[in-house]
Design a protein around this ligand. Structure first.
Ligand code: NAD
Ligand code: ZN
Length: 354
């Protein structure tokens, strides 16, 4: 039995960020209870922090997504700080404002406010026991789909793996396309391509089904239109949401498996790591790789070259092991026999090209 969960409420529209307080109050009217805002530090500069209208007892916590992707230690530290300031009293809501990283942080914090131990204990599938604090996402960067998925991707002491749970899905999302306009062009491209790649991989995988396909098809069109026709931020933002809905019903594939090592061992961020890999996967995703290059060319994007040049044999071994850890995705992409198709030698040859 496989149940799909969707976000029960979406507030969408230009400038709807100004309705955030009203949106929160509509769901969680007890204003005596505090709210926690977890916001990407970049919004000190974009002006979005100033547009927040917190009550005097609300907490604003910053997450600096420019430094690194979320770690389990970041989550535990934010949770501890909230408890230090507020004791046993729980917030009425946690609001996550930012890109995939910050939205994942807020998801995980909402879970960790009601579950004991470290967030590292919950990396995996359906390990969360207690109902979390309610949460609202406000994406300011589109592509990961984190606003719609049940995953909060975290790097822990031993693994980079999500908290995957019905408790780590947002209760509501506020989508204001205007918020995307301050994103630098290269970042917009890498995160947008993450959505495109999710769609290409899932549509080509056997794990896809009739429930997920329409979301992926439409999300892919949204990204293509944005880069090849007209920069319509509303469609692009909705595309990310739909991409998230699709991923819940399918798997990623060869690109995400290979990019795992590029991210974890070489330290590249999720979106850029996927772009570096996808550019060399013509053999698996033919026409879509050509389309990806067409988009790159049109927008004068250049990918880093020679990223694997200084990889040691030990690192390469580890990167191969990491690739195989995405077993479920590789089965969807290549079948149960995937290790005989994507052999260690084959992986090495692909990495050498990057
Ligand atoms: P990000 O959140 O890491 O942000 C990238 C950069 O963009 C940061 O420097 C950030 O400060 C900046 N930024 C964000 N919004 C901005 C704005 N409006 N104006 C200017 N700058 C802005 O990037 P991302 O690509 O959205 O997210 C990547 C993360 O998402 C990774 O940690 C990855 O593991 C995770 N992820 C999660 C899911 C999921 O389903 N939960 C899916 C894919 C990826
Ligand atoms: Zn991705």
């Amino acid at each position: 039995m496989k149940i799909t969960r969707f976000i029960p409420s979406v507030l969408f529209g230009e400038k709807c960020f100004d309705d955030l307080n009203q949106y929160i109050d509509g769901f969680y009217p007890d204003k005596k209870q505090y709210a926690v805002y977890i916001i990407d530090s970049v919004h000190q500069e974009t002006g979005l922090c100033e547009r927040l209208r917190p009550a005097s007892h609300d907490l604003i916590m910053e997450f600096n997504a420019s430094l690194h992707e979320p770690k389990t230690s970041d989550i535990d530290a934010i949770r501890d700080e909230i408890i230090k300031q507020k004791g046993d009293e729980l917030p009425r809501v946690v609001v996550g404002i930012g890109g995939g990283a910050t939205m994942d942080v807020a998801k995980a914090v909402s879970v960790m406010l009601t579950n004991p131990g470290s967030s590292a204990d919950y990396q995996g599938w359906d390990l969360v026991k207690n109902r979390p604090v309610p949460k609202i996402a406000v994406p300011t960067l589109s592509g990961t789909g984190a606003e719609a998925t049940r995953t909060a991707v975290l790097t822990g002491p031993v693994k980079k793996l999500g908290i995957n749970s019905d408790y780590s899905i947002y209760d509501a999302v506020l989508m204001d396309p205007e918020l995307l306009k301050t994103v630098p062009a290269d970042q917009e491209f890498y995160t947008g391509m993450d959505n495109f790649i999710h769609c290409v991989e899932s549509l080509n995988g056997s794990a896809m089904n009739a429930m997920g396909r329409p979301f992926a098809l439409q999300a892919k069109v949204a990204v293509e239109n944005f880069y090849l026709k007209e920069k319509n931020y509303a469609e692009f933002m909705v595309g990310s949401f739909l991409g998230g809905c699709s991923i819940a019903n399918s798997s990623v594939g060869v690109c995400h498996a290979l990019s795992y090592g590029i991210a974890f061992i070489l330290g590249y961020r999720h979106g850029i790591a996927n772009s570096i890999v996808f550019n060399h996967l013509e053999e698996y995703y033919g026409e879509d790789v050509l389309k990806f290059r067409q988009i790159m060319e049109k927008h004068n994007m250049e990918l880093p070259a020679g990223v694997t040049r200084d990889v040691t044999p030990e690192q390469l071994d580890k990167m191969i092991q990491l690739t195989y850890m995405l077993e479920r995705d590789l089965i969807s992409a290549l079948g149960p026999d995937f290790k005989n198709i994507l052999t260690p030698e084959k992986i090495t040859r692909l990495y050498e090209k990057m």
